[in-house]
Design a protein around this ligand. Structure first.
Ligand code: AMP
Length: 198
C-alpha cells in the first residue's frame, strides 16, 4: 500500500450548481483531513473549489493552491489557503500541481476538471509519473463518462491494461482506499504497441 501525503483535487469552478454538490466537495475535504492528507487544488475561491478549500482549512488541513497570475488578477484566487503558489501559465500550473501531489481525484466539474484529470491519467499511462487517479462519482455524476470509457476500452482505443488506471467510487473514503491500493501498469512497450493490426 502506498502513502499519500497530498492529493490533488480537481473540481468545478462553477457557482451555478446545486448546493449539494458543494457538500460533496466538503465531504472529500473531511475525508482527506481525517486521514491526515493535504490538499492541492487550483487555488480558486469559486464553486466546488472554494467549498473544498474552506472545508479543508476548517478541518486544519494543509491546503496548497496553484493558480496562474491571470486568474489571481481576476480576483478568483483563494486568499486564505496555507500556501498559494502563483505561476505564469496554465501549463506551469498543472505541472506544479502534479509535482506536489501523490494522487489525483476529480470531483464533479466541467471542461477544466475533465481536462486536468485526463492529462494526469495519460501521464500515468505513459510512465511520466507513477501516481493513481480517481473520479469521485458522487450522485452518479460520472456514470455516462465511465460507461463511455468502458466502451472505448472494449473497442481497444483505451488499452484494456490501462483502463483500471482511472478508478472510481461514489464515496470519498472508498475512493481513497482504491487509490492507496491501486496497482499501476508498468510502462511496457509491448502493451503500448499492442498486437499488429489487420
Ligand atoms: P471547470 O471544471 O471547467 O470548472 O474547471 C475547474 C478546474 O480548472 C479546476 O480544477 C481548476 O484547476 C481550473 N480552474 C478553472 N477555472 C478556475 C478559476 N476561476 N479559478 C481557479 N481555477 C480554475
Amino acid at each position: 500500500m502506498r502513502t499519500l501525503r497530498r492529493v490533488c483535487v480537481y473540481c468545478a469552478s462553477s457557482n451555478q450548481v446545486a448546493e449539494h454538490w458543494r457538500e460533496t466537495a466538503r465531504a472529500m475535504a473531511r475525508c482527506l483531513s481525517r486521514r491526515g492528507i493535504g490538499v492541492v487544488f487550483g487555488g480558486g475561491s469559486v464553486g466546488l473549489m472554494g467549498a473544498l478549500a474552506d472545508a479543508a482549512l476548517g478541518e486544519g488541513c494543509e491546503v496548497i493552491g496553484v493558480i496562474p497570475k491571470k486568474l489571481l488578477e481576476l480576483e478568483l484566487g483563494h486568499r486564505g489557503v496555507t500556501e498559494l503558489v502563483v505561476v505564469e501559465t496554465m501549463h506551469q500550473r498543472k505541472h506544479r500541481m502534479a509535482e506536489l501531489s501523490d494522487a489525483f481525484v476529480a470531483l464533479p466539474g466541467g471542461w477544466g476538471t475533465l481536462e486536468e484529470i485526463f492529462e494526469v491519467t495519460t501521464w500515468t499511462q505513459l510512465g511520466y509519473h507513477e501516481k493513481p487517479v480517481g473520479l469521485l462519482n458522487a450522485g452518479g455524476y460520472y456514470d455516462h463518462l465511465l460507461a463511455f470509457l468502458d466502451h472505448a476500452s472494449e473497442l481497444g482505443f483505451i488499452r484494456p491494461a490501462h483502463r483500471p488506471i482511472l478508478q472510481a467510487s461514489a464515496d470519498p473514503d472508498a475512493l481513497i482506499e482504491l487509490l492507496l491500493r491501486a496497482e499501476l501498469p508498468k510502462l511496457d512497450g509491448a502493451v503500448l504497441r499492442g498486437p499488429a493490426g489487420p
